[in-house]
Design a protein around this ligand. Sequence first.
Ligand SMILES: [Zn+2]
Length: 260
Amino acid sequence: MSSLDPALVHALNARLVNYAEIGSTPADHALVQISTIAAVLDRKYDGDATIGELLKAGDLGVGTLNGLDGELIIVDGEAWQAPAKGPVRRVGDEEQTPFAVVTRFITDEIVEIDAPLNHAALIELMEQHAPPESGCDAVRIDGSFPTLHLRTVDAQTKPYPPFEQIVANQTEWHYENLRGTLVGFRFPHAADSVEMAGHHLHFISDDRSKAGHVLECSAGPATLRVESVGAMRLELPPGVELPGPDDRPTEQHLREIEGG
Ligand SMILES: [Zn+2]
């Protein structure tokens, strides 16, 4: 498949860009995506994009590092890694990512969360302010997190094992009463296979000591900020094709292995 799915183009105003265009994309209410979730499921764990290039395109985002080396959290223009082994650390500009999505975050709407909401209520609140039938939204929640269930994955060596096998051995943490920031995106069903339809959320604590991919959390008191995204710019690393109808992952399958 060599062109974008018309449904995706329509839903997300999606366009393919080459590597040189990543940092120069007009990014107001746009997001830049490196590779596809279908490629990750196809063991494409090496990318061409550097973190430095990615940070030119956005200041808030999620992803991973080459070799599937932990979870990537981009917040306030800084890139952080939650590795499976060792402390959370700042990521260098020269490091590369095989899968990431960023936006230059603009707050379109602010919602105060006065009292703690459980995970389901939090998702419901985000969907109220970003209806699933609309395009894509970026979200950011700052405040108190009474409970957090996070995960990360360990760096892989070649030959790369299947993603399902890596996630089966993922590292998980349960935390209580942390202050921090949750960042992420909600993608519509039309984005399935390029992205994970539904919410994809990463967390990092205020003291930058705890971070990961959010499997479940509660939040509040906290402030939710929502950005409506009107355009997607997609860069495909060498060897990554657009997903075809045969390798389109189902949302159910992704939810089972990605949670959230
Ligand atoms: Zn994630």
